[in-house]
Design a protein around this ligand. Structure first.
Ligand SMILES: Cc1ncc(COP(=O)(O)O)c(C=O)c1O
Length: 408
């Protein structure tokens, strides 16, 4: 076993594939919306593990469920089914448009399954050339090869050889652009109701309704990636429920396990019938540990107390951000919904989000960026209101310190 004392941030560069640039400190403990690092410094967590920790760190109900299940059955494979998976599937069905569920372990895997299902459905129910997928610039759907190809950020898909084909990208929220490319060869339109990684951009009401109508006209499936926007993040269980537009396939992950890896793809009876035994699969997807935690997370999140609290917390964040902006004038606008908030830096601070995050961490507050010019807030849905206020005070000091260096 490696001695604890040699585990520090330098170890990362020695032993890990160099695909991330993690912060200088190493968190070792979390409770609620607070985190402590190796040196004992405490942080208020506005990042929430990138919209994963909907109930904060180590929520007692999740810890308890995991402990209990860990003494019963960890893993059994999909050669057998298991009670927690069936229970969670039924809960998701009861709470949404869906009638069938597929479990996986990550957002990318759920999307991979969604895109394969959409193609399979179109090929078997319509015709073999109905394979075109329409997706959007700036979209993010994960890092498998199919999902980076559908994602709208070419930098993630290039440099790995030939990409999955027949995928067309158009500007988000531009219905005319969708209308111009959709045809009877289109199998699916794929979108995030609120683009997360791409800049915290909500779909407009007219756009989502218009895309739904175009999909119906051309017998294309509408796929909503709610990996980030789902599980209560916007104040409803899924963001589509704000719009009154129902997808044919929906993917959910991140907060579904409150920090324990699990994802799901939801769809209808009719569409799911395009898959037969052996058409797709996973070893770990739907394992009893993950599904047990998912059941408890869903039961807690899908309650008026938690969902209605999201809107209230949004107001506190926006009020604090506006106050900071009155003093320092660094933000151009605030975007998002519920606790998926983007604070867009003004043109003169373009590309500086990461520097501000680093300064914020020094002052004891963890947050994220979306791209290099937007500060992103995706905290626990139940973060105590006084911790929002305290965290925003720390952020204000961080911004004032960063600005005084930047301007001098
Ligand atoms: C909208 C969306 N889809 C898919 C993914 C990929 O999820 P994962 O990293 O769990 O594969 C993410 C991750 O940030 C996401 O925000």
């Amino acid at each position: 076993m490696v001695e604890n004392k040699i585990i520090n941030r330098n170890s990362y560069d020695q032993v890990m594939l160099p695909i991330y640039a993690p912060a200088d400190f190493i968190p070792v403990r979390g409770q609620g919306s607070r985190v402590w690092d190796q040196q004992g410094q405490e942080y208020i967590d506005f990042a929430g593990g990138i919209a994963v920790l909907a109930l904060g760190h180590c929520h007692p109900a999740l810890v308890n469920a995991l402990k209990q299940q860990s003494e019963k059955l960890w893993h059994i494979s999909n050669v057998f089914t298991n009670e927690p998976a069936l229970t969670l599937a039924q809960k998701l069905i009861d709470a949404t448009f869906a009638q069938k569920v597929f479990f996986a372990n990550s957002g990318a895997e759920a999307n991979e399954a969604a895109f394969k299902l959409a193609r399979r459905y179109a090929i078997t129910r319509h015709h073999p050339n109905k394979t075109k997928i329409i997706a959007f610039h700036q979209a993010f759907h994960g890092r498998t090869f199919f999902t980076v190809a559908v994602g709208g950020q070419p930098k993630y898909a290039e440099g790995f050889g030939p990409k999955p084909a027949d995928i067309v990208h158009v500007p988000f929220n531009d219905l005319a652009a969708v209308r111009a490319v959709i045809d009877d060869h289109t199998c699916a339109v794929v979108l995030e109701p609120i683009q997360g990684e791409g800049g915290i951009t909500p779909a407009t009401m007219a756009f989502l309704h218009g895309v739904r109508a175009l999909c119906d006209k051309h017998q294309a499936l509408l796929v909503f990636d709610e990996v980030q926007s789902g599980m209560g993040r916007t104040g409803k269980l899924y963001a589509y429920q704000h719009y009154g537009v129902q997808p044919d396939i929906l993917t959910t992950a991140k907060a579904l396990g409150g920090g324990f890896p699990i994802s799901a793809m939801l769809t209808t009876d009719t569409i799911s019938a395009a898959m037969e035994t052996g058409a797709h699969g996973t070893t770990y997807g739907g394992n009893p540990l993950a599904c047990t935690v998912g059941c408890v997370a869903l039961d807690i999140i899908n309650t008026p107390a938690v969902l209605m609290g999201v809107e209230k917390r949004y107001d506190i964040f926006i009020h604090a951000l506006e106050k900071i902006n009155q003093k320092y004038g660094i933000f151009h606008e605030f975007r998002g919904k519920g606790l998926l908030i983007g604070a867009v830096l003004k043109a003169e601070y373009q590309g500086k989000a990461r520097e501000i995050l680093q300064q914020a961490a020094k002052l004891g507050v963890m947050l994220l960026s979306a791209g290099d010019s937007i500060l992103r807030f995706t905290p626990s849905l139940i973060i105590p209101e006084d911790e929002i206020i305290e965290g925003m005070m720390r952020l204000e000091i961080a911004i004032s310190q960063w600005l005084s260096r930047y301007d001098s």
